[in-house]
Design a binder for this molecule. Structure first.
Ligand code: ADP
Ligand code: MG
Length: 638
């Protein structure tokens, strides 16, 4: 099938065919890619690439809330890897044979914990096991289901086809909220007056999340039931945090292992434990365990008919009790969700069974520029009206299948702006994160200089958080470091003559010279008494990130640009990594990627790159000129 990118659709069936095709393609490609990788790569190489941990021994099995099991594995030394808390993993002796799917719930240098829905048998756990990073198939399934459901959602469907009519109530309302500035309040007002849908656009740090949290509060106050989602767990948690300042009932649905500690009290599992029904549930689970243990200890053979009889009786009882406990759990959960003012989940999580019979008056989607359109349908089909927040100048959704990438990487957020334009768009223009030097390159090049900085952002630099004596230390460091870390200046470009490298068959790059310079800078930053949690290191390239982590050995957050979207730190160091004679800069040339990278720092932005390679691209040449103009450029000729 040959397809063209579509902005408008003729009817529901046209829409269905287009997205159904794209979902299938993307799903097949994602699963194929990951299984290919798991099966074809030899295990040691996969471990070296950070996508598997081999030779794990079982240490402990623990039953946890929700009837799940947490299994701890240990190993003398776990290599640096990409498996993080919350990731879907495969647990197996050999993934080509038999495996369990689980979620990683803890990881350090010698231990990893995995949560499984079922308890694996002892003889499996006694083996030499491995954990492999996996991908999530259920999201595609839910997106497909939502696509079918859309047929019955006439109003929303019309809007998505490009045939909708934005409607607003004509009413005079005043928003009182001391957390919001006047343009944010104005946007909240519009979201309230909108009858069917509205979008909130804002550059980094302008308070999109803060504003939709304010809007959610106003909707709840008026008696509406709200579903609030975002693509990633971290984005959902940020939104939950912003909601916690209001006196409303917020329930976060999702795996507790994937949730920030600060919002654990709002997770469904936690609330469930506090209900009156939970005691009964707990007692029944204990009884089930007891019967299982008895059955395990029974000696069953044909001479011992009595034992067989007991065994069968217990089995029947276990089955009965399990049915009962599931019913009780379901009832308790229903009650919690029914009472909630706001239910929060990832876009995919909005399609989970526990929300099956629930519908909402308003659906809010944060960071909507990052979600694939079929995935946003999962929450959208659960509501009557929707509000989205995002920024089309930041990164679009990631698409695994290259062939369909141009179609699926157009988010619904961006498509709706193309169709309906300014009428449905509230723009936030006051940013609270960056001082002007950090902001202005992005402001001038990507936002037509429309962003204004709040007073508190303008004043930020390193000097205001350093003690006097540390500033003295800085004076004794060498001239180069002194220039780079000058606490009154907020930006610096370090130009290095370096060479990129890559591993065999890899598509990613690394650059040792940039890594060594970053190591030296970090050591000096630490001498100034700045904590690891205030520093972030970013490279566009996965392999550079991996080697940086191995070299810097600290709990500083080191991530790809895509992984840093939505986050901020006092100090950000960017390693552009690319350096070659052919002057190729690869996917750095997406201006949205550059924009996200440049707008993460609150006090100091240090950029390291090879100017010869970078300036072959006109945008990067402009960037270099910008740093030179600001007297914030240094060439390190080592
Ligand atoms: N009206 C405001 N007054 C003061 N600080 C604000 C205001 N709005 C947002 N902020 C702060 O600015 C930062 C970015 O806000 P956030 O809502 O996360 O922005 P975005 O979602 O657009 O990235 C946060 O630290 C937030 O507390
Ligand atoms: Mg946000």
């Amino acid at each position: 099938m040959k397809i063209k990118q579509k902005i408008y659709f003729n009817d529901y069936f046209d829409y269905y065919r287009y997205f159904s095709f794209l979902i299938d393609k993307e799903r097949n490609e994602s699963i194929k890619k990951i299984w290919d990788e798991i099966r074809k790569t030899n295990p040691e190489d996969r471990e070296k690439s950070g996508r598997a941990i081999l030779n794990l021994k079982t240490k402990e099995i623990k039953r946890i809330v929700g009837g799940r099991y947490e299994i701890s594995f240990y190993k003398d030394y776990i290599l640096e890897n990409e498996i993080n808390v919350g990731d879907l993993v495969i647990l197996s002796e050999d993934p080509n044979k038999f495996f369990y799917e689980g979620v990683c719930s803890y990881k350090d240098r010698t231990k990893i914990k995995v949560i499984l829905d079922k308890k694996p048998p002892e003889n499996f756990l006694n083996k030499n096991l491995r954990v492999d990073l996996f991908c999530n198939d259920i999201t595609f399934e839910r997106a497909k289901k939502a696509l079918s459901l859309l047929f019955f959602k006439r109003e929303i469907c019309k809007i998505l086809l490009g045939k909708g009519k934005p409607e607003f109530r004509n009413e005079n309302i005043e928003i009182k909220n001391s957390y919001l500035n006047s343009s944010q309040k104005e946007v909240v007002k519009k979201t309230l007056l909108a009858k069917n849908f509205f979008l909130v656009q804002g550059p980094p740090g302008t308070g999109k999340t803060t504003t939709i949290a304010g809007s959610i509060y106003e909707h709840v106050k008026r008696g509406y039931k709200v579903l609030a989602t975002a693509d990633s767990n971290i984005a959902v948690d940020n939104l939950v945090e912003a909601l916690l300042r209001y006196d409303i009932k917020v329930v976060r649905i999702g795996h507790p292992a994937k949730v920030l500690k600060s919002i654990l009290n709002n997770t469904l599992d936690f609330i469930l434990e506090k209900t009156s029904e939970f005691n009964e549930i707990k007692i029944i689970w204990q009884e089930i365990e007891r019967l299982k243990d008895i059955n395990k200890s029974l000696n069953i053979d044909y001479k011992n008919l009595k034992n067989i009889e007991t065994f069968i009786k217990n089995k029947k009882e276990i089955k009965k009790l399990k049915k009962l406990v599931r019913k009780l759990e379901k009832r308790a959960i229903r009650k919690i969700i029914k009472r909630a003012d706001v239910v929060c989940a990832t876009n995919s999580g909005a399609g989970s069974d526990i929300l099956n019979e629930f519908y909402f008056d308003v659906v809010f989607i944060d960071e909507a520029n990052q979600s694939q359109e079929p995935v946003t349908l999962i929450p959208l089909t659960k509501g009557r009206k929707f509000i989205m927040a995002g920024d089309q100048n930041q990164l679009p959704p990631t698409v695994v299948c290259e062939k369909i990438s141009p179609f699926l990487s157009l988010s619904l957020f961006e498509r709706l702006i193309k169709i309906y334009g300014e009428k449905i768009l509230g723009f936030l223009n006051i940013q609270y994160r960056m001082p002007d030097d950090i902001l202005n390159f992005s402001n001038e090049n990507f936002y037509n200089s429309k962003i204004i900085s709040a007073k508190e952002a303008k004043k930020r630099n390193l000097k205001n958080i350093l003690e006097e004596e540390k500033i003295e230390i800085l004076k004794n460091l060498n001239d180069e470091i002194n220039f780079i870390l000058n606490p009154q200046k907020t930006i610096c470009f370090i130009d290095v003559d370096s060479k990129e490298e890559k591993f065999q068959n890899a598509t990613s790059y690394f650059n040792f010279k940039e890594i060594n310079i970053i190591k030296e800078i970090v050591e000096n930053i630490k001498k100034l008494g700045i904590e690891s949690k205030s520093i972030g290191i970013i490279s566009p390239y996965k392999d550079q990130v991996k080697i940086l982590k191995e070299t810097i050995k600290d709990d500083i957050e080191i991530k790809t640009i895509d992984g840093f979207q939505g986050r901020e730190k006092d100090i950000i160091i960017i390693s552009f990594t690319r350096a070659n004679d052919k002057n190729i800069i690869g996917f750095l040339d997406d201006f949205r990627r550059l924009n996200v990278a440049l707008t993460r720092a609150k006090r100091k932005l240090i950029v390291i790159g090879n100017s010869k390679t970078l300036k072959s691209n006109s945008l990067y040449k402009k960037l270099l000129d910008y740093f030179k103009e600001k007297n914030s450029y240094i060439y390190l000729g080592r």
